[in-house]
Design a protein around this ligand. Sequence first.
Ligand code: NAD
Length: 234
Amino acid sequence: MMQDSRSIVVLTGAGISAESGIATFRGPGGLWEGHRVEDVCTPEALAHDPELVHRFYDARRAALARVEPNAAHHALARLDAEWGGDLLIVTQNVDDLHERAGAKRLLHMHGELQSALCAACGAHMRWLGAMPPGSACPACGAAALRPDIVFFGEMPYAMDTIERALGTADLFVSIGTSGAVYPAAGFVQGARHAGARTLELNLERSAGSAFFHETRLGAAGSLVPHWVDAMLAG
Ligand code: NAD
């Protein structure tokens, strides 16, 4: 039974923040906030049109001030606070709604809007305002700051930690993710191979649905609190 699981890995995607008013990745027309993914989410885009890429992430960063965590973020934060076993929440999201709800055992595998990365020295730093192209790095002085977002073709963060957690998980739960973006889309197979039960909570069947032991369809704002209540009651 799920309730016997001691070690849990939760993967979240854009769908968990949808009810907070943040657009998912590939909405109607395959665009993200009106932009083709290739135009704002690749190292090539950053090299060829830094103005556009920086403006895009500046707008996403500014939009965080107008949204709040929803019931699903709050439920995961409650699981984090009250679950006595191991827990790792891995988010593909670049918003800060998990931490604003109070989650602590959290990793941002695709970076964070409120962080800057120096392309020259590799320093990461908290960044809350606009980031014009050519902003100087406070650590090394190079005019090389970029949004701390993992673009397509770049290596996601903390993969060692994530792989280790997947290898010892009793339960893997995927919430609000389309299963289209690797390596996250492959976590279910890794966890299952290592012996975990696997559960998907999503609005619709994802590309990887067949790999899960169980899929529950619905909005994260109702499915996640219900699942967390059951876990903590067990
Ligand atoms: P995705 O947009 O590809 O898929 C979102 C999934 O969530 C879909 O399967 C959809 O059916 C489901 N969904 C939509 N509304 C839901 C709801 N209310 N409850 C439950 N499920 C819901 O997103 P992804 O799989 O996370 O992959 C795309 C990438 O997009 C990630 O790498 C992420 O960095 C980036 N992204 C992040 C944000 C954010 O930080 N909030 C927003 C957009 C894109």
